[in-house]
Ligand binder design. Structure first.
Ligand SMILES: Nc1ncnc2c1ncn2[C@@H]1O[C@H](COP(=O)(O)OP(=O)(O)O)[C@@H](O)[C@H]1O
Ligand SMILES: [Mg+2]
Length: 258
């Protein structure tokens, strides 16, 4: 009974790189605008490839993929990608890094500054706007990266293990902040992670993937209402979801070759 047009729709999608083996097979997935979907699964199962397909960086082989009703490449302007490595330019301040996407589009300086300032405030970094990346912690760099991704008000955000390099406390904080930012500047999220608790905290849907070839093994609905408080992590229902996803992950784990 879905009446809202999907943001992303995979139909029997298969992916090979060139003439190589099948990397992703029979991918069927419909993403609604309000979705925050986490992808979790063994290394090499094709999580990053899913995001690359959606972003238009890499084409599908057979089947169909639409993003906001059009080909992924045609929807590029309405989506943004965040990687684990914050990829900030070291010679630009936080403020100028955040302004960059606007500068590349030739937006006037006053507008750039206003928007970048607002985004930095949103991620709690207004005070360090004039710092260079080397003066920022890993968590702060990732916040700048999020602020930069949001300057063009994307409808869809693709996040490939964005917090994977951070310690658990920082990661938890950033999870909470990402949801807070999303409450103010809504976007659909496709999020790749190895952390089950991160996936449960952030998502309304978790897709567990299997490898060889990459496929969607199972989906778990996470129905806790937003906004989600940090205390949710201590709730027995939260732990039950973590256990459920962990059990599904064990089903797809590649047995160690000996
Ligand atoms: N550009 C590429 N060319 C050829 N093979 C690739 C390329 N990128 C990824 N692969 C292969 O596709 C598979 C899935 O990779 P990836 O999507 O990065 O998995 P994950 O993110 O789940 O670890 C791996 O076997 C990887 O070696
Ligand atoms: Mg990956």
């Amino acid at each position: 009974m879905e009446t809202v047009p999907p943001i992303v729709k995979f139909t029997s999608l298969q992916k090979r790189y060139g003439v190589g083996p099948v990397i992703l097979d029979a991918i069927n997935l419909t993403v609604a605008p309000h979705d925050f979907i986490s992808f979790i699964g063994p290394s090499g199962c094709g999580k990053s490839t899913i995001l690359k397909l959606v972003s238009g960086l890499s084409p599908g082989s057979t089947g169909e993929l639409t993003v906001m009703g059009v080909k992924p490449r045609e929807a590029r302007d309405r989506q943004a990608f965040i990687f684990q490595d914050a990829t900030l330019l070291p010679w630009l301040t936080a403020q100028l890094n955040v302004e960059l996407p606007l500068r590349l589009r030739g937006r006037p300086e006053a507008e750039r500054q206003t928007i970048a300032r607002k985004m930095l405030e949103l991620v709690g970094l207004a005070k360090v706007a004039d710092y260079y990346p080397r003066q920022l912690s890993g968590g702060m760099k990732m916040r700048v990266s999020i602020a930069r991704a949001l300057t063009l008000a994307p409808q869809l955000l693709l996040l490939d293990e964005p917090f994977g390099a951070l310690d658990e406390m920082t990661r938890n904080r950033l999870n909470e902040e990402l949801l807070a930012v999303r409450a103010v500047a809504p976007f659909t999220a496709l999020f790749v992670t190895h952390s089950v608790s991160e996936a449960v905290f952030l998502s309304n849907r978790i897709v567990v993937m299997a490898a060889n070839p990459g496929s969607l093994h199972a989906e778990v609905a996470i129905d806790f209402p937003y906004p989600r408080r940090p205390e949710l992590r201590g709730h027995p229902d939260f732990q039950a979801k973590v256990n459920e996803v962990t059990r599904l992950l064990h089903e797809v784990e590649i047995p160690p070759s000996s």
